[in-house]
Design a protein around this ligand. Structure first.
Ligand code: SF4
Length: 304
């Protein structure tokens, strides 16, 4: 287990130093990872094998290899992007291209390493030419992401860009509108803070976006310490085996793990294009929301 101190007194150290190194008098402990149980590790391994052999959607015909996801099985912070790109498809690892380098740098800016978090995508196989995911592909692949969330039970899921944000929020509001504002959401029977930010690739096309990403990332450590409201009904599950922090109550108030999934059939009609991809999987999502002044090229990237 690795912990950090969030300092509320000064931004001189970016607000974050390793435990024991801070001399401030009002530190707040941030637990970054827990020790994962053998069941969780085995479950993620089984899931990786299943994803590697998956033929549920046509993307299996064009992929080099599936990209299930990687990171610490006990991570309290999970990142969810859109889909593997060229380099990810070749290497079988998420976020290893230029956008991955930016994500690594953003993590380093708050004192985290990618090995301490878990990184996955909405789709586990690369769409040809990096085109937008299609509704049938999202619907087919969604159970894998839900299973990962249910196993890892992160305190915070940071959604990267429009696709992951709309999928995990069940809302059609664009990332330009909702970035940097935490939401309480539940997926795979697990309640968490959803924290949308722009996709790191956005900074490759719009350098000024890097400052926005840095500002949003800076709020992540504090969010890891904030409690989650518990569901209105239902006793704690007996399989909630993740230990509390230092033997005390879980400061993040994570809900117990559950085997339940929220299944939703594709809907007919509604929004078109990229919005339709998400709305078809989450038919209860709201109407598409205007996302402000974004160029057509940027919007085609699925980043805004
Ligand atoms: S994208 Fe998902 S559903 Fe489609 S083949 Fe790959 S793992 Fe299976």
């Amino acid at each position: 287990m690795r912990r950090y101190l969030v300092c509320h007194l000064s931004s001189a150290c970016a607000g974050l130093v390793s435990e024991g190194a801070c001399r401030a008098s009002l530190p707040v402990l941030v637990t970054v990872t827990d020790a994962a149980t053998p069941d969780v590790v085995a479950g993620l391994d089984a899931l990786r094998r299943e994803v590697g052999a998956c033929t549920r959607c046509p993307l299996h015909e064009t992929r080099t290899q599936a990209v299930s996801g990687e990171g610490d099985p006990g991570a309290r912070l999970m990142f969810v992007g859109e889909a593997p790109g060229y380099h990810e498809d070749k290497q079988g690892r998420p976020f290893v291209g230029a956008a991955g380098k930016t994500l690594d740098e953003l993590l380093a800016s708050i004192g985290f390493a990618r090995e301490q978090v878990f990184i996955a995508n909405v789709l586990k196989c690369r769409p040809p030419g990096n085109r937008d995911p299609r509704p049938d592909e999202i619907a087919a692949c969604r159970p894998y992401l839900e299973a990962q969330v249910a196993l890892i039970r992160p305190v915070v899921i940071c959604s990267l860009g429009n696709f992951a944000t709309k999928l995990l929020s069940g809302d059609q509001s664009g990332i330009t509108k909702v970035h940097g504002a935490p939401q309480i959401r539940e997926v795979g029977g697990h309640r968490f803070h959803l924290y949308p930010i722009f996709h790191p690739a956005a900074a490759l096309y719009t350098p000024a976006m890097l400052e926005t990403l840095r500002a949003d990332m800076y709020r992540l450590p504090q969010l890891l310490t904030e409690p989650l409201p518990q569901p209105a009904a239902g006793p704690a599950s007996e399989d909630d085996s993740r230990p509390p922090v230092d033997g005390h109550a879980d400061p993040a108030g994570r809900a117990p793990r559950s085997a339940g999934r929220t299944e939703a059939p594709p809907s007919a009609g509604g929004p078109v294009g990229r919005d339709a991809s998400v709305a078809a999987v989450f038919p209860n999502a709201g109407a598409p929301t205007a996302v402000g002044a974004v160029s057509a090229e940027e919007d085609q990237l699925g980043l805004f």
